[in-house]
Design a binder for this molecule. Structure first.
Ligand code: IPM
Ligand code: MN
Length: 371
């Protein structure tokens, strides 16, 4: 298979985690006889520094001409605390999602038994947790009209949804549910918001087309609580843009580290793959960030290409590192390995060099010395 992949390294730890995914994808290509051609492009604070624009036209062009996009992270503290900043890194990502019509963001949440001790939840609540959040990504309050008056005493953000916007992401979520445990939960705030009432109506109307799927409805405040109290009840969670942003960060910590969760953003044509974590500027350039969210996003990219066997091997590689305690600092602050070492190990796993050829002494050299 011959594929073109646009690579947006982005800000903070984006470059170093994405480099590990490329390492792993290169190992996949070599091992299974594929060719992946990468084109790097700019977005975010990095793009503002270099071009003044968080999303140069050239980036949109490259992404439109690629089979998939691999993206690192976005954001820089110098913009976070400046409410007057006119240009922000995040505008790049939002514009890219809109330009490519990436209307569904898919965020799988699973747990790893060997990381249970890191989860804020008790072991019993973690058993059998396996759900997917479907977040609508190109509508709602993120993209509504927004304004602040001149005196800066009043501001508003409008939240709107059309039936069509709700339908397309809902169809996808229903189809995923059919392939899984056949349960779909719509998360909304239909007791207060008109947009939520429209979501409920549309989902209720679509449900008969997927009669094998059980549908239930939860208000977002209740859902936020249920994710902590009883996360195993969920299979496919469908929700609008901002609720999805919030509950997916909440759900991510269940697994033990925000650094573990991947995501795919899909639309009619292009698809973008990125870890759900942010740019973690304090760790940038230190080779300590967890690359697993990015590497698992690369596995989702392989699935998107129909390379399911290859995706599975990458996931097994990730599990192998976790189970053998080859983990980054977020998981083990004392005996940790570097970002690049984890990438090397998973690439070696894909290349079948583990465990036979593993050179423990070399790996130990790349381990932290702070013991
Ligand atoms: C995410 C991020 C983005 C979002 C930001 C960076 C604009 O938090 O992908 O979840 O809010 O969608
Ligand atoms: Mn977010």
């Amino acid at each position: 298979m011959n594929k073109k992949i646009a690579v947006i390294l982005g800000d903070g730890i984006g470059p170093e985690v994405t480099q590990q995914s490329i390492k792993v994808l290169d190992a996949v290509a070599k091992q299974y006889g594929h060719e992946f051609h990468y084109t790097e492009c700019l977005m975010g604070a990095d793009a503002i520094d270099k071009t003044g624009n968080p999303l140069p036209d050239e980036t949109i062009e490259v992404c439109l001409n690629s089979d998939a996009i691999l993206f690192g992270a976005i954001g820089h503290p110098k913009y976070d605390n400046d409410p007057n900043a006119k240009v922000r890194p995040e505008q790049g990502l939002l514009k890219l999602r809109k330009s490519l019509q990436l209307f569904a963001n898919i965020r799988p949440v699973i747990t790893y038994p060997s990381l249970q001790h890191l989860s804020p939840l008790k072991a019993k609540q973690l058993e059998e947790v396996d759900f997917i959040i479907f977040r609508e990504l190109t509508g709602g309050i993120y993209f509504g009209k927004k304004e602040t008056n001149e005196e800066k005493t009043y501001a508003f953000d409008e939240c709107s949804y059309s039936r069509e916007e709700i339908e397309r992401v809902s169809h996808l979520a229903f189809q995923y549910a059919q392939k899984r445990r056949k349960k779909l939960t719509l998360v909304d705030k239909a007791n207060v918001l008109e947009t939520s009432r429209l979501w409920r109506k549309v989902v209720q109307e679509l449900a008969p087309q997927y009669s094998d799927v059980t549908v239930d409805f939860l208000f977002v405040d209740n859902a936020a609580m249920q994710i902590i109290v009883n996360p195993k009840q969920f299979d496919v969670v469908l929700t609008e843009n901002m609720f999805g942003d919030i509950i997916s960060d909440e759900a991510s910590v269940i697994s033990g580290s925000l650094g573990l969760l991947p995501s795919a953003s899909v639309g009619n044509g292009s698809a973008l793959f990125e870890p759900i974590h942010g740019s973690y500027p304090q760790a940038a350039g230190k080779d300590i960030a967890n690359p697993l969210g990015s590497i698992l996003s690369a596995a989702m990219l392989l699935d998107h290409f129909g390379l399911n066997k290859e995706a599975q091997v990458v996931r097994e590689g990730v599990e192998w590192t976790i189970n053998n305690k080859f983990v980054t600092k977020d998981i083990d602050p004392v005996n940790f390995y570097f970002t690049s070492t984890i990438g090397d190990l998973i690439a070696d796993f894909v290349s079948n060099k583990i465990p036979g050829d593993i050179n423990q002494a070399n790996i130990e050299l790349r381990k932290s010395t702070i013991i």
